[in-house]
Ligand binder design. Structure first.
Ligand code: SAM
Ligand code: DTB
Ligand code: SF4
Length: 359
């Protein structure tokens, strides 16, 4: 690694130890701070727990696209909206592995498999378990997002070697019913409990720009920060407006001030200091400067690769150039004896590409 490490790595970790007793008022007060003060505080917390030059890199693959019976108002994969997404069957393990090999060669450390299901059927679990086992055997961390899980399904995925399960609460519980009517937020919380009980890491966040108020953004982050355990990974998505979805029709993202998005990242960083905060969907429409502000505010993870699930992501060339211009480098993963991993596998390609661009 050529980059210089920060001079005070982890020095302030004790002063910024994770808390689970945040009050909603405290979270709202953080949102109300002057922007430079908020970013300063978030950057301090970030440095206490992480090297701010390191960004964890994940790649997403939709292993089963579209045709979903749910009514999430943001989602291009809901069958009931006419978004042009073609429904597919579950991919074969071999086809998934081919994509995982490509992601690894391009420098990803974690491979996330997504399926447009309300919840998997028990007969799907052995097929997904085979994908997980084989992707993990490539030396990648594994993540899946398959909808609601029973306790038994969570245990079966854990037994197959699944490291992370992504399941978002998406927004403030008070606003949830305006976005999703086919399930309740409690269903999401129940699945998260099954995932934790099975011993997997949780990846849980949501979407900004769905017409929620600042108070509701505070309520969303307050809910995450007062879960029995902070999610290990917190994806903050900016709504990608896909034609045919109810939210694209309402054009809710247009009402979101980009600085408000950065504030959301900064408050997430302060509330959940030891979690990875992922600058998730929506980067394709963001300027490099806005993304740089997000990294300054404490984001330390991205999706890398030209596609998210069904929508676009910045192409890898643009991301490599951004890493090089900002002096960022991909995080490495090492697995402790206790089974906890901190960062990613060796990703020669992305690190070397970013370095050669910086030279
Ligand atoms: N069906 C599963 C579920 O709902 O958990 C897994 C896939 S679902 C697409 C995963 C997450 O993607 C959602 O919870 C939501 O936060 C995010 N997402 C979906 N559509 C989005 C959009 N148009 N813009 C931003 N994020 C989106
Ligand atoms: C998450 O919070 N964002 C990712 C991942 N978890 C699965 C998905 C974003 C999807 C954006 C819309 C699409 O590409 O279909
Ligand atoms: Fe289905 Fe998940 Fe999309 Fe909701 S977010 S419609 S559950 S794929």
């Amino acid at each position: 690694m050529s980059a210089v490490s920060p001079t005070r790595p982890l020095a302030d970790a004790a002063a910024h130890a994770p808390r689970h007793d945040w009050s909603r008022r405290e979270v709202e007060a953080l949102f109300a701070l002057p922007f430079p003060e908020l970013l300063h505080r978030a950057a301090g917390v970030h440095r206490a727990h992480f090297d701010p030059a390191e960004v964890q890199v994940s790649t997403l693959l939709s292993v089963k696209t579209g045709g979903c019976p749910e009514d999430c108002a943001y989602c291009p994969q809901a069958q009931r909206y006419h978004t042009g997404v073609q429904a597919t069957k579950l991919m074969s393990t071999e086809a998934v592995l081919e994509k995982a090999r490509q992601a690894k060669a391009a420098g990803a450390s974690r491979f996330c498999m997504g399926a447009a299901w309300r919840s998997p059927k028990d007969r799907d679990i052995p097929k997904v378990a085979a994908m997980i086992r084989e992707v993990k055997a490539l030396g990648l961390e594994t993540c899946a997002t398959l909808g609601m899980l029973s306790g038994g399904q969570a245990q079966a995925l854990k037994a197959a070697g699944l490291d992370y399960y992504n399941h978002n609460i998406d927004t403030d519980p008070e606003f949830y019913g305006s976005i999703v009517r086919t399930r309740e937020i409690q269903d999401r919380l129940d699945t998260l409990a099954h995932v934790r009980d099975a011993g997997m890491k949780t990846c849980c966040g949501g979407i900004v720009g769905m017409g929620e108020s600042r108070r509701q953004r505070a309520g969303f982050l307050h809910t995450l920060a007062t879960l029995p355990a902070h999610p290990d990974s917190v994806p903050i998505n900016r709504l990608v407006q896909v034609e045919g979805t109810p939210l694209a029709e309402k054009n809710t993202a247009a009402g979101l001030d980009p600085f408000e998005f950065v504030r959301t990242i900064a408050v997430a960083r302060i509330l959940m200091p030891a979690s990875m905060v992922r600058l998730s969907a929506g980067r394709e429409e963001m300027s490099d400067e806005l993304q740089a502000l997000c990294f300054l505010a404490g984001a330390n993870s991205i999706f890398y690769g030209e596609k998210l699930l069904t929508t676009g992501n910045p192409d890898t060339e643009r991301d490599l150039a951004l890493f090089a211009r900002l002096g960022l480098r991909p995080m490495q993963v090492t697995v402790d004896a206790d089974g906890h991993d901190h960062g990613g596998t060796v990703h020669a390609d992305i690190a070397e590409c970013a370095r050669s661009r910086a030279a």
